[in-house]
Design a protein around this ligand. Structure first.
Ligand code: HEC
Length: 120
Protein backbone atom coordinates (compact mmCIF):
# COMPACT_ATOMS: atom_id res chain seq x y z
CA UNK A 1 0.00 0.00 0.00
CA UNK A 2 2.79 2.38 0.90
CA UNK A 3 4.45 2.03 -2.50
CA UNK A 4 1.16 2.35 -4.34
CA UNK A 5 0.36 5.55 -2.47
CA UNK A 6 3.83 6.94 -3.12
CA UNK A 7 3.45 6.17 -6.83
CA UNK A 8 0.07 7.94 -6.91
CA UNK A 9 1.48 10.91 -5.08
CA UNK A 10 4.29 11.17 -7.62
CA UNK A 11 1.79 10.91 -10.46
CA UNK A 12 -0.25 13.67 -8.85
CA UNK A 13 2.72 15.96 -8.48
CA UNK A 14 3.85 15.33 -12.04
CA UNK A 15 0.39 16.02 -13.43
CA UNK A 16 0.16 19.27 -11.51
CA UNK A 17 3.63 20.34 -12.64
CA UNK A 18 2.79 20.07 -16.33
CA UNK A 19 0.26 22.94 -16.60
CA UNK A 20 2.64 25.12 -14.59
CA UNK A 21 5.35 24.61 -17.21
CA UNK A 22 2.92 24.97 -20.11
CA UNK A 23 1.74 28.30 -18.68
CA UNK A 24 5.16 29.79 -18.03
CA UNK A 25 4.49 33.51 -17.86
CA UNK A 26 5.28 35.16 -21.19
CA UNK A 27 3.31 38.31 -20.33
CA UNK A 28 2.64 39.79 -16.90
CA UNK A 29 -1.15 39.43 -17.08
CA UNK A 30 -2.60 35.92 -17.38
CA UNK A 31 -4.39 35.54 -20.71
CA UNK A 32 -8.11 34.76 -20.57
CA UNK A 33 -9.11 31.11 -20.96
CA UNK A 34 -9.27 30.32 -24.67
CA UNK A 35 -12.79 30.20 -26.07
CA UNK A 36 -12.23 26.64 -27.28
CA UNK A 37 -11.45 25.30 -23.81
CA UNK A 38 -14.17 22.87 -22.81
CA UNK A 39 -16.06 23.66 -19.61
CA UNK A 40 -15.67 21.23 -16.74
CA UNK A 41 -19.29 21.86 -15.85
CA UNK A 42 -20.81 19.53 -18.44
CA UNK A 43 -21.75 15.92 -17.62
CA UNK A 44 -18.58 14.73 -19.40
CA UNK A 45 -16.47 17.43 -17.75
CA UNK A 46 -17.71 16.47 -14.29
CA UNK A 47 -16.98 12.79 -14.97
CA UNK A 48 -13.51 13.75 -16.18
CA UNK A 49 -12.83 15.74 -13.00
CA UNK A 50 -14.11 12.87 -10.85
CA UNK A 51 -11.89 10.44 -12.77
CA UNK A 52 -8.83 12.32 -11.52
CA UNK A 53 -9.91 11.46 -7.96
CA UNK A 54 -10.24 7.76 -8.78
CA UNK A 55 -6.53 6.96 -8.51
CA UNK A 56 -6.78 7.49 -4.77
CA UNK A 57 -10.49 7.43 -3.88
CA UNK A 58 -11.48 4.56 -6.20
CA UNK A 59 -13.74 4.41 -9.25
CA UNK A 60 -16.77 6.68 -8.68
CA UNK A 61 -15.44 7.31 -5.20
CA UNK A 62 -15.49 3.71 -4.07
CA UNK A 63 -12.20 3.52 -2.21
CA UNK A 64 -10.50 0.15 -1.94
CA UNK A 65 -10.18 0.82 1.75
CA UNK A 66 -7.03 1.58 3.68
CA UNK A 67 -5.96 5.09 4.56
CA UNK A 68 -7.92 6.97 1.88
CA UNK A 69 -11.59 7.58 2.57
CA UNK A 70 -14.22 6.75 -0.04
CA UNK A 71 -16.27 9.58 -1.56
CA UNK A 72 -19.27 7.62 -2.89
CA UNK A 73 -22.46 8.60 -1.12
CA UNK A 74 -20.77 11.44 0.76
CA UNK A 75 -23.16 14.15 1.92
CA UNK A 76 -22.74 17.10 -0.45
CA UNK A 77 -22.56 19.76 2.24
CA UNK A 78 -19.90 17.78 4.12
CA UNK A 79 -17.96 17.28 0.86
CA UNK A 80 -18.03 20.97 -0.09
CA UNK A 81 -17.06 22.00 3.45
CA UNK A 82 -14.10 19.59 3.50
CA UNK A 83 -12.85 20.83 0.12
CA UNK A 84 -13.11 24.42 1.39
CA UNK A 85 -11.30 23.51 4.62
CA UNK A 86 -8.50 21.84 2.61
CA UNK A 87 -8.24 24.83 0.28
CA UNK A 88 -8.04 27.29 3.16
CA UNK A 89 -5.60 25.14 5.17
CA UNK A 90 -8.16 24.67 7.96
CA UNK A 91 -8.12 20.88 7.69
CA UNK A 92 -4.75 19.23 7.98
CA UNK A 93 -3.92 17.11 4.95
CA UNK A 94 -1.09 15.28 3.25
CA UNK A 95 -2.24 16.11 -0.29
CA UNK A 96 -5.81 17.38 -0.43
CA UNK A 97 -4.83 20.92 0.56
CA UNK A 98 -2.96 21.09 -2.76
CA UNK A 99 -5.55 19.32 -4.91
CA UNK A 100 -8.53 21.24 -3.56
CA UNK A 101 -6.99 24.50 -4.78
CA UNK A 102 -7.39 23.36 -8.38
CA UNK A 103 -11.20 23.49 -8.34
CA UNK A 104 -13.51 26.48 -8.45
CA UNK A 105 -16.52 26.72 -6.17
CA UNK A 106 -18.82 25.72 -9.05
CA UNK A 107 -16.60 22.72 -9.86
CA UNK A 108 -16.48 21.69 -6.19
CA UNK A 109 -20.29 21.88 -6.01
CA UNK A 110 -20.61 19.78 -9.16
CA UNK A 111 -18.19 17.19 -7.75
CA UNK A 112 -20.20 17.20 -4.51
CA UNK A 113 -23.40 16.40 -6.45
CA UNK A 114 -21.56 13.73 -8.44
CA UNK A 115 -20.11 11.86 -5.46
CA UNK A 116 -23.29 12.21 -3.36
CA UNK A 117 -25.15 10.40 -6.17
CA UNK A 118 -22.70 7.46 -6.34
CA UNK A 119 -23.64 4.16 -4.70
CA UNK A 120 -21.29 2.89 -2.00
C1 HEC B 1 -3.03 11.41 -4.67
C2 HEC B 1 -4.16 10.85 -3.97
C3 HEC B 1 -5.47 11.65 -3.96
C4 HEC B 1 -6.15 12.18 -5.04
C5 HEC B 1 -5.78 12.13 -6.52
C6 HEC B 1 -7.36 12.75 -4.50
N1 HEC B 1 -7.40 12.59 -3.14
FE1 HEC B 1 -8.87 13.26 -1.87
N2 HEC B 1 -7.85 12.48 -0.27
C7 HEC B 1 -6.60 11.89 -0.34
C8 HEC B 1 -6.11 11.67 1.01
C9 HEC B 1 -4.77 11.03 1.36
C10 HEC B 1 -7.11 12.15 1.89
C11 HEC B 1 -7.01 12.27 3.41
C12 HEC B 1 -6.60 13.73 3.71
C13 HEC B 1 -5.16 14.02 3.29
O1 HEC B 1 -4.25 13.48 3.92
O2 HEC B 1 -4.92 14.81 2.35
C14 HEC B 1 -8.20 12.63 1.05
C15 HEC B 1 -9.38 13.15 1.54
C16 HEC B 1 -10.39 13.69 0.76
C17 HEC B 1 -11.66 14.18 1.26
C18 HEC B 1 -12.15 14.14 2.70
C19 HEC B 1 -12.97 12.88 2.87
C20 HEC B 1 -13.57 12.71 4.23
O3 HEC B 1 -14.22 11.66 4.43
O4 HEC B 1 -13.41 13.55 5.11
C21 HEC B 1 -12.35 14.67 0.19
C22 HEC B 1 -13.73 15.32 0.21
C23 HEC B 1 -11.53 14.44 -0.98
N3 HEC B 1 -10.35 13.83 -0.60
C24 HEC B 1 -11.89 14.80 -2.26
C25 HEC B 1 -11.12 14.55 -3.40
C26 HEC B 1 -11.53 14.93 -4.74
C27 HEC B 1 -12.83 15.62 -5.09
C28 HEC B 1 -10.53 14.53 -5.58
C29 HEC B 1 -10.43 14.72 -7.08
C30 HEC B 1 -10.68 16.05 -7.57
C31 HEC B 1 -9.50 13.92 -4.76
N4 HEC B 1 -9.90 13.94 -3.46
C32 HEC B 1 -8.32 13.39 -5.26
C33 HEC B 1 -5.91 11.55 -1.48
C34 HEC B 1 -6.25 11.93 -2.76
Amino acid sequence: MKNVLRCMLLAGFTASAVPAIAQAPAAPAAPPAPAFAASNLTPNGIRAMAATCAACHGTNGNSAGGAIPGLAGTNKEYFVNQMKAFREGKREATIMHQLAKGYSEAETNALGDFFAAQKK
